[in-house]
Design a protein around this ligand. Structure first.
Ligand SMILES: [Zn+2]
Ligand SMILES: [Zn+2]
Length: 77
């Protein structure tokens, strides 16, 4: 999962749909992946999978992983 590029088939870490990478951008904190489902994902450094980008600004990425930070998702669903 570390060589994701434009056009790679991925599963969105936000909506869970099978989609594709539309853009890859280098940001402070890592790479941001803009997907065809219009969600911006980041790569979890521990799991190596696409997860939600929780950054408040477009210049930075902050991967927020459901596996590594389950407490952040407690009030969802
Ligand atoms: Zn999505
Ligand atoms: Zn993780």
């Amino acid at each position: 999962m570390n060589d994701l590029e434009v056009g790679s088939s991925v599963k969105c870490g936000i909506c869970g749909r099978e989609t594709k990478v539309q853009f890859v951008t280098e940001r402070e904190g890592g790479k941001a992946f803009d997907l065809d489902c219009m969600h911006r994902n980041a790569l979890c450094p521990n799991c190596g999978v696409l997860v939600r980008d929780d950054s408040e600004t477009i210049q930075k990425v902050e991967p927020l992983c459901r596996t590594c930070s389950p407490e952040a998702f407690e009030d969802e669903d």
